[in-house]
Ligand binder design. Structure first.
Ligand SMILES: Nc1nc2c(ncn2[C@@H]2O[C@H](COP(=O)(O)OP(=O)(O)OP(=O)(O)O)[C@@H](O)[C@H]2O)c(=O)[nH]1
Ligand SMILES: [Mg+2]
Length: 623
């Protein structure tokens, strides 16, 4: 046992305050592509990687959630504490702590360094973001700092290639002999917070000169962005521009993909003679997968803006602006970032709720996260909007389709607030002050932005190529067998297994205006929301029409009433069409109960909303 421990690869753990660049450094060292963004609380899990130093030594390295202190306040900080203190079952404590600090904010960051030092593990301090510190005129005497702290101090710039050089050299110089056992966590409390603060001040006075500090430009920008009147107006304008862009910039590339898919379908169709294989490939796969694929541009446009705002550092400001509104329903700005990540996908959103300290707030945030419009809803919304909402300019400059999309997002947000209010009212209110670190603004890094977008495109294409493709093949099978009986008056799919299920469900769904074709699509749609779009593509391709797939929108516009179209939109604002999210909720809350409650309340809301929309539209259109 002993010899095994002695000979293993040294494990180095990255620790530091949130948003100081740990993940950026981790990525630089290991070549990984973990998410880096300019707000606190991006990393919420322990991630392991490895690298070989210039001297040829192998290292294992851990990226951890940021923490302000080892007295963990939130579940994600708890992960970090347990890892360094060696409290995780089946895991040895790290051989060394690589403590990362933000060089422009040592006053805040050094407190954790002093705490960590009391654990008695070998440590290296990475003075990160020295590029920014230098620009601002903050002078840090690293030799002095090293002497004061009693540990090696190296300068790093995690976002520049080569910015990790000094650190690698330092790691190579370290012996890593017999692993050290960390002192118990109680050692941290041996010195009071006040004494620690005093020590921080002393060290700063000795090693840092901010005499030439040009000040923080961010504070000046925040004077405008966080202004009580200008702030919310800027936020609203930003949102507005994003939704307009999704529709107005998306047109050209979408048409290109549609045309491409159409031509591809025809070409492939002409190679394969009529028959089962033709149907599987043209109606099942190309029509199904193609009808989802066309939404790639719109998804990328949305993510372009999200990534941009993330990178610049605007998001925590938005949380700050919305704190009061969220407070009125019993949530705090703390819930904002988890909810915001739910716009990409509810799963990381639900997981990000780990950064919330209060267990009730955390639960409420988890329960409402899926009401935020995730990117998988975008294909559904975009399809139905293209089919039922005219592409018209209103008020001189606003695109009507963009407005409807905005309203759908808003409906999700407002409903989430209402549900939060209801849950909190039942469980008792308690207001918490918002403690949120506002990071410095910085210019977006084009390379990071591009790789973020590429990552998104990959995720989407992977989903299309695996999950959606598989669902389409299954759906085609269920929709093609058994074939139509003698003297059939409907297309064969009507008599198939899927058709039978669809017709059975139609009984329940008819009051909200859904036909059996929609009912069929909703079933595989439980795997993921955009599967329903593909399923509609396949179902309509099999219901007749030759080269449907790429022209699904006009087809459903012809065959459904406006009331049905709008009702389905309302349904998708609420319905929990995503089993993976429900599974994540069960895991994160440690109980299936909440997944069931979530599914129940979301289906109920979906039905009621769709019913109201259907009936009201019918009343207006007089059908
Ligand atoms: N200018 C500059 N920016 C940096 C540097 N290192 C990181 N950043 C930026 O700082 C922000 C935070 O980086 P992350 O790596 O996500 O920080 P983290 O410590 O992992 O944050 P959490 O996971 O939230 O604890 C990002 O916007 C990075 O691009 C650096 O050395 N210089
Ligand atoms: Mg991180």
């Amino acid at each position: 046992m002993e010899s095994q421990v002695a000979s293993r690869t040294p494990l180095v753990a990255l620790l530091g305050n949130p948003n100081c660049g740990k993940t950026a450094l981790f990525n630089r060292l290991t070549g990984a592509r973990q998410k880096v963004a300019n707000y606190a609380g991006v990393t919420i899990e322990r991630k392991e990687g490895s690298f070989t130093s210039p001297a040829g030594r192998a290292f294992r390295v851990l990226d951890l959630p940021g923490a302000y202190s080892l007295n963990a306040q939130t579940p994600d900080e708890g992960i970090t504490r347990d890892v360094v203190a060696g409290l995780r079952a089946g895991e040895v404590p790290p051989d060394a702590i690589l403590c990362v600090v933000n060089a422009t904010n040592l006053r805040l960051n050094l407190r954790l360094v002093l705490e960590l030092r009391r654990l008695g593990l070998p440590m290296v301090l990475a003075l990160n973001m020295v590029d920014v510190a230098k620009k601002r005129g903050i002078e840090i005497d690293t030799a002095k700092l090293s002497q004061e702290l009693g540990m090696p101090v190296v300068e790093t710039v995690a976002i520049q290639s080569g910015g990790e050089k000094a650190l690698l050299a330092q790691l190579d110089a370290m012996p890593f002999g017999v692993p050290v056992t960390p002192k118990p966590l109680s050692a941290i409390d041996e010195v009071s917070v006040e004494d620690t603060q005093r020590e921080v001040r002393r060290i700063l006075a000795a090693a840092v000169s901010s005499a030439k500090d040009t000040g923080n430009l961010s504070e000046k920008i925040d004077g405008v962005v966080l202004h009580p009147i200008a702030g919310p107006i800027i936020l609203a304008l930003l949102m507005f521009v994003i939704f307009q862009a999704v529709f107005s910039w998306g047109d050209a590339p979408i048409e290109l993909i549609e045309a491409g898919m159409g031509a591809f379908g025809q070409m492939v169709g002409s190679w394969i003679g009529e028959g089962m294989l033709h149907s599987l490939i043209v109606d099942g796969i190309i029509a199904g997968v193609g009808s989802v694929l066309v939404f790639l541009p719109q998804i990328l446009i949305l993510f372009f803006f999200i990534l941009l705002l993330e990178d610049v550092g605007y998001l925590p400001r938005a949380a700050f602006l919305l704190d009061r509104i969220m407070g009125s329903v019993g949530l705090s700005g703390r819930s904002f970032l988890p909810l915001l990540s739910s716009f990409a996908c509810a799963i990381p959103g639900v997981m990000a709720a780990r950064t919330i300290q209060n267990p009730r707030d955390r639960l409420v945030t988890i329960m409402i996260a899926p009401l935020m419009t995730c990117s998988a809803r975008l294909p559904v919304y975009a399809l139905l909007i293209a089919a039922f909402i005219p592409d018209r300019v209103v008020g001189g400059f606003m695109n009507l389709q963009g407005i409807v999309l905005f309203v759908l997002y808003l409906a999700g947000i407002l409903s989430a607030m209402a549900v939060a209010w209801f849950m909190k009212r039942r469980n008792g209110y308690k207001q918490h002050a918002l403690m949120l670190e506002l990071p410095a603004y910085h210019w977006p890094h084009p390379r990071g932005l591009a790789s973020g977008l590429l990552e998104r495109a990959k995720i989407f294409l992977m989903r299309v190529g695996t999950l959606i493709l598989a669902m389409m093949i299954l759906l085609w099978l269920f929709s093609s067998f058994p074939g139509a009986p003698e003297g059939a008056t409907h297309p064969p799919i009507y008599y198939s297994v899927a058709g039978m299920i669809g017709r059975a469900l139609e009984v329940v769904l008819a009051p909200i205006g859904f036909n059996w074709q929609i009912a069929i699509a909703l079933v595989p749609g439980m795997a993921a929301r955009e599967v329903a779009v593909g399923a509609l593509g396949t179902v309509y391709a099999l219901s007749g029409g030759d080269e449907v797939g790429n022209t699904l929108a006009p087809l459903i516009a012809q065959s459904w009433s406006l009331a049905t179209g709008l009702s389905l939109l309302a349904w998708y604002v609420y319905a929990p069409h995503c089993l993976p999210t429900l599974a994540t909720v069960a895991r994160e809350t440690g109980s299936r109960k909440y997944a069931w409650i979530m599914a129940g309340y979301m289906f109920a809301l979906a039905y009621v909303a769709a019913f109201i929309v259907y009936r009201v539209t019918l009343a207006f259109t007089g059908a």
